[in-house]
Design a protein around this ligand. Structure first.
Ligand code: ATP
Ligand code: MG
Ligand code: MG
Ligand code: MG
Length: 592
């Protein structure tokens, strides 16, 4: 196909956009690939759309090859399914919520677990229908607190999301591994280096989850890796052994009546007054990000019983609840609890304090308290030597809970605590710390969504079984930006052949009619085999054409100009910078 620059819908800019900090963002806007509409919201212009489509195509082919089938859901979704899984609230302010003219609530989908689960529930009913993996390449919406870097963190973005459905845990492992392999092929084909990082800590138990991080300075994720192959998101790194601590100076944990205490700061003040510590005063643990435990009572009443937030923000339980996405586990007996090693810091009833860890799970007092109680627990338990949490009765608060003493200490350690050179948890060598862009994420969801939405099938014995699921995302538009980030220089973009919007850019530089005629003939000839962009603009100087071609970044640039009087044209390789003078007759062949 041949496109003429004179009529092609593109305008290049000499100035970087004011809000742009990273190269891919600057260049994609300046080269006329995308245009900003609102913070984190972009339009796709012809050049950008061509690259996006190529990336999508690679993803699509590998999904199909892995046996996944393509569907397409709307982005505008009703509230009810998200209510059933509690994500309407749990998603917090990142969710775009809206109402229709009748006042019914809708949302713009941030991800589609609910809808896929319901679709399969609608149509499938037997174990014979499984396994099944469905996917879509579709627009997602998240009201990100800090949209940044153009396509890298958008509020509207393109995602490939796939969902697997299996009867058994082994089946889920297979589906997960098939997606994992497909991801490796996708990123290999795109030429995008990725490190597969454990995304959840082994010590926390739970399901398998891995992130595909593209190592890159501008990335927002910190990960660690060892030469021996260990790699993990820094948030998920586990310590080998619990740190030794001297707890003798710290008073025992208490339930403390604190009428009127509204903020963490109030609680800290009260703790310092009533339970002074000899080593240093209580402070709200600001290394502690958040811990939340919600009890659901048999009558359905929900209650946040444990929270901790840094600083002295108002303890607004509704907001806290809305801000996090706790994992739900059902616990009604100590045996149930023992299956959930992630339950490391919870307590029940104002009198019963301390850990509901496996270590304590068998104790009879816990058993009584546990009957019929469901736990919602944010599994991201973090560091901090002391913290303060709310108890499940008004004005009662637990103070002096100490990690390592009152609940298990081998959990998550913060990125800041990992030093380069520390031994990897699996002993595979010293750790290196790096930054990366999360381009993909695969996750074993287990039965959570299927249970919440009632997706069951009949097994061989005619017994109803809850289906187990996986979810697998690739940020397609983010991947495109990561590729741009990797394939550029001071002058502009430089696409690999398989991703470029056009493979050949023919420039007619000069005034003579012969130049334009020759250039056009060459462009037409090449267009039989390639996507060709022909710069046929009459009143544009050679300098501008060269600069534009470097900015736009097609891998081959064929210059028809001054040399033509000696029968020569110049072939430039945008990626290597090599230039070659060729007889006109050989030009088309040289590109081929
Ligand atoms: P992040 O940690 O960057 O916020 P996430 O963990 O919230 O990403 P997932 O829910 O795992 O994202 O979604 C799957 C994939 O979608 C991510 O791996 C990423 O590539 C992409 N993605 C997520 N949020 C955005 C966004 N705001 N803009 C562009 N791509 C995104
Ligand atoms: Mg996110
Ligand atoms: Mg993430
Ligand atoms: Mg993720």
């Amino acid at each position: 196909m041949l496109s003429n620059m004179s009529s092609f819908f593109v305008r290049t800019l000499r100035e970087d956009p004011a809000d742009a900090e990273v190269n891919s963002h600057k260049l994609l806007v300046r080269a006329g690939y995308i245009r900003r509409v609102a913070p984190g919201v972009y339009s796709w212009l012809p050049l950008g759309l061509r690259v996006l489509r190529q990336v999508e195509q690679v993803v699509r082919e590998e999904m199909n090859a892995a046996g996944a089938q393509e569907v397409l859901f709307p982005g505008l979704l009703p509230r009810e399914p998200y209510e059933a899984t509690n994500r309407w609230n749990e998603y917090g302010p990142n969710l775009f919520r809206l109402a229709d003219r009748r006042g019914n609530d809708y949302l713009l989908a941030p991800t589609h677990e609910e809808m896929f689960t319901l679709l399969v529930k609608d149509l499938y009913s037997s174990y014979k229908d499984l396994p099944l993996t469905l996917y879509q390449i579709q627009t997602k919406y998240r009201d990100e607190a800090r949209p940044r870097a153009g396509l890298i963190r958008g509020r509207e973005f393109v995602m490939k999301d796939a969902y697997s459905f299996d009867l058994t845990d082994e089946g889920l492992d297979e589906s997960y591994n098939a997606q994992r392999r497909a991801y490796q092929r996708i990123f290999a084909r795109l030429g995008l280096e990725v490190v597969i990082c454990a995304a959840t800590s082994g010590a926390m138990g739970g399901s398998r989850s891995e992130e595909f991080l593209h190592p890159c300075e501008i990335g927002e994720d910190t990960f660690v890796r060892s030469a021996g192959g260990y790699a993990a998101n820094a948030e998920a790194v586990t310590t080998v052994a619990p740190p030794e601590q001297d707890y003798s100076q710290i008073p025992a944990a208490h339930v403390h009546k604190t009428p009127g205490a509204k903020t963490i700061a109030d609680l800290v003040d009260l703790a310092n007054r009533d339970f002074p510590r000899s080593d240093r005063p209580w402070e709200a643990a600001d290394t502690l990000k958040h811990v939340m435990v919600t009890l659901v009572h048999p009558d359905g009443r929900r209650e946040v019983v444990g929270i901790a937030l840094p600083g002295d923000r108002e303890v607004d339980l509704k907001r806290v609840e809305a801000a996090f996405a706790p994992a739900e586990v059902e616990v009604s007996t100590p045996e149930d609890l023992a299956k959930h090693p992630e339950l490391v810091a919870g307590y029940i009833g104002p009198q019963v304090l301390g850990p509901q860890s496996p270590a304590r799970a068998g104790q009879p007092d816990d058993a009584e308290e546990l009957a019929g109680v469901r736990y919602f627990l944010d599994p991201r338990v973090v560091t901090g030597t002391a913290w303060i949490a709310g108890a499940n009765e008004a004005d009662l608060h637990v103070v002096n809970l100490v990690k390592g003493r009152d609940f298990e200490a081998d959990g998550v350690i913060e990125a800041a605590e990992i030093k380069p050179g520390d031994q990897a948890p699996d002993g595979s060598g010293p750790l290196e710390i790096a930054r990366g862009i999360e381009v993909g994420h695969i996750f074993q969801l287990g039965r959570k969504y299927a249970k919440a939405l009632g997706l069951t099938v009949l097994d061989e014995n005619g017994k109803s079984q809850v289906v187990t699921m996986g979810s697998y995302g690739i940020g397609v538009s983010r991947v495109m930006a990561a590729l741009a980030e990797q394939n550029c220089d001071e002058q502009g973009l430089k696409w690999p052949l398989s991703l470029a919007p056009f493979q050949v850019h023919v420039l007619a530089t000069g005034k003579g009619e012969e130049i334009f005629e020759t250039a056009q003939n060459l462009a037409k000839d090449l267009a039989k085999d390639f996507e060709v962009l022909y710069d046929d603009r009459l009143k544009v100087s050679a300098g501008v054409k060269f600069a534009d071609s470097e900015l736009l970044g097609m891998p081959f640039v064929l210059v028809v100009g001054r040399g033509l009087k000696d029968g020569k044209v110049e072939l430039r390789n945008r990626r290597t910078g090599e230039k070659e003078e060729l007889p006109v007759e050989q030009a088309a062949e040289a590109v081929r």
